[in-house]
Design a protein around this ligand. Structure first.
Ligand SMILES: C[S@@+](CC[C@H](N)C(=O)[O-])C[C@H]1O[C@@H](n2cnc3c(N)ncnc32)[C@H](O)[C@@H]1O
Length: 287
């Protein structure tokens, strides 16, 4: 079975969330995902903060972060303004009665009033045009690409936008993106600064084909050993049963892990060989 077919089979057992990915504002996304305690941007935050801190030691200028599957600019809010998912659940929950234009105007003021905890500019990539437009309008994203790299190549203008990227990252996105997207991204991002690439990936999704795609560009991938990251609770008993079955079929033991009722992600860091040799992931991100 091709890797794409494997990902498709896995996606079939996951609850379908597509209807909340591309609304005019983030309220339905947050309302639905709060019910499932969706938390991967929070779980990922300390690791991403450490990477950003480390990279900023060697770069005095603004660090450019490309967020794959950026949605409504959630990782930008969390990393740039030091917010948490609970802050965002409360923020967008409190504004339930506003119209979308009122919400946008409110959020422009709100995000502009917050201190930037990090000197980063977030470039967002997502196929969800409305979500990306919201994130850009309220000032969470500095730049954006609305594209589906599973089906379309990068345009020349999009390739240029990717040249300044120092760190490419994703939460909750690999699985929708396969090696096809990485095959298209790697030539563009490595023409510039040879970014580090940080992916939080559900244990359910094999990462080997994406790892191979990056290898062609001189990248080495390391998985952070002994650490898992809470993504969300299962949406139903049926989702849990099917996920556990798939994990077992792939030789992954869910006991004490997904069997407790939630999705878990692992962290993969891909870097140019020399960078990985100079500081292995365990030194960079000690337990
Ligand atoms: C589970 S959400 C994760 C959003 C955000 N990163 C987070 O952790 O909250 C998955 C995102 O991937 C995007 N997506 C799905 N398939 C995609 C594709 N082929 N190309 C670009 N974005 C895609 C969706 O639109 C959605 O915003």
């Amino acid at each position: 079975m091709s890797n794409e077919a494997v990902f498709e089979e896995i996606n079939e057992v996951k609850a379908d969330m597509d209807y909340i990915y591309n609304q005019a504002d983030p309220r339905s996304y947050f309302r639905e995902l709060q019910k499932l305690n969706y938390a991967i941007p929070d779980s990922a935050k300390p690791v991403l903060q450490k990477l950003i801190e480390h990279m900023q030691k060697n770069r005095p200028d603004t660090l450019h972060v490309l967020d794959l599957g950026c949605s409504y600019g959630i990782n930008a809010a969390i990393l740039k303004h030091d917010l948490s998912m609970d802050d965002l659940y409360a923020h967008w929950g409190d504004l339930a009665d506003a119209t979308t234009p009122e919400l946008v105007a409110h959020d422009q003021r709100y995000f502009a009033s917050l201190d930037d905890s990090r000197d980063i500019e977030v470039i967002g990539l997502d196929q969800a045009d409305q979500a990306v437009a919201f994130a850009e309008e309220v000032g969470l994203l500095g730049d954006s690409l609305v594209t589906n790299l599973e089906t379309d190549p990068l345009s020349a203008a999009e390739k240029e936008e990717l040249a300044p990227v120092d760190l490419m990252m994703s939460t909750g996105c690999v699985g929708y993106l396969t090696e096809k997207s990485f095959d298209r991204l790697l030539p563009a991002v490595t023409a510039g600064r040879k970014p580090w690439i940080a992916n939080f990936v559900l244990r359910l999704f094999p990462f080997d084909a994406i790892e191979k795609s990056m290898e062609k560009w001189g990248y080495v991938t390391e998985k952070l050993a002994g650490r898992t990251f809470f993504q969300r609770r299962f949406a139903s008993d049926q989702e849990q049963e099917q996920v556990l079955r798939q994990l077992r079929e792939r030789g992954i033991d869910p006991t004490g892990m997904e069997a407790e009722g939630h999705f878990l992600a692992e962290f993969y860091l891909s870097r140019p060989r020399q960078d990985a040799l100079e500081m292995p992931i365990g030194d960079l991100l000690p337990a």
